[in-house]
Design a protein around this ligand. Sequence first.
Ligand SMILES: NC(=O)c1ccc[n+]([C@@H]2O[C@H](COP(=O)([O-])OP(=O)(O)OC[C@H]3O[C@@H](n4cnc5c(N)ncnc54)[C@H](O)[C@@H]3O)[C@@H](O)[C@H]2O)c1
Length: 316
Amino acid sequence: MSPLTRVGIVGAGNVAARHADVLSGFPDVQIAGIADTDLSKAESLAAKHGSPAYGSHADLLSAGGLDAVYVCVPPFAHGSAELDVLSCDLPLFVEKPLSLDLETAESIATEIERRSLPSAVGHHWRYLGILDQARELLEGRPVRLALGHWLDKVPPVAWWLRQDRSGGQIVEQAVHVLDLARVLVGEVAMVHAVPAENTAEGEVDRATAAVMRFAGGAAGLLATSCLLSQKHRVGLEVCAEGIALELTETRLLVDGERVIEDDGRAKTRVDREFIDAVQGKDADVRSTYREALRTHRLALALARSAAERRPVMLDE
Ligand SMILES: NC(=O)c1ccc[n+]([C@@H]2O[C@H](COP(=O)([O-])OP(=O)(O)OC[C@H]3O[C@@H](n4cnc5c(N)ncnc54)[C@H](O)[C@@H]3O)[C@@H](O)[C@H]2O)c1
């Protein structure tokens, strides 16, 4: 490997721009190429980072010289990019959600493991400094109740409102909160999601309430809505013996009184740890592809429960 770790990026939208900015700030990383099926988007992001642009991930991979690839495409577009990256024996960073279905993500996870390649997923909440503090505060006190929320506006991307493009709000957004719940509470055994009646054919549910039973015995609730004109409430509350914590992406509230602000470095750490893994260093990758697949399975179970109007057991 050259002294610079050469990263390719597939998909040149909002989140790719964020990763490209973070990666460009690392002295040992070079953005070696950016691909998007909309070539003009690849060109505009590539111009900012002084790298070549390509109209497909296949062209990016054919150009060669890469040490790792970020796949930052919308939910419906996952699959061939990841498998082609892996067929080049390259480490893979994938943005959540992993896919619309379970099979695509499972085949990618299997291939990553077959080739023993480093992987990471953009669950950057795992790197919040306040998450470490929450875990310390909960030491020896199992969580008995978890309340997750994602009450927000519709994100400004054209594909988001279509169920068959985004997978819906739980899979696309609340998956961050579900991932946090898995870290603080553990695995979920049963979910029952109830969507508010939908008005537009083919659109995502605009509001959903769900009950969850954790394998360790804790109870959970999840509420999502994209009916709002701005972000209202996004995060996770947990209750354990004698303590209540509320985590958002920016702060931890302890017992409704004490506020601990996050250090704001999670979105840098998620990239740094992956790059360290690519470089063969002892890296703290907190969400490998296999680990993210467990959260994805939970999100898909909730989506299925809402669609089928029935409880779903996670081992089904
Ligand atoms: N972890 C986070 O905090 C975070 C934040 C924002 C978005 N995301 C996730 O990142 C993904 C992308 O979101 P976004 O806001 O960047 O979307 P976007 O629409 O802004 O960008 C996606 C880009 O991918 C391109 N694309 C589509 N199919 C492609 C393909 N097969 N090959 C190459 N390029 C392709 C599109 O042309 C588009 O430019 C979503 O799944 C979203 O949930 C994660």
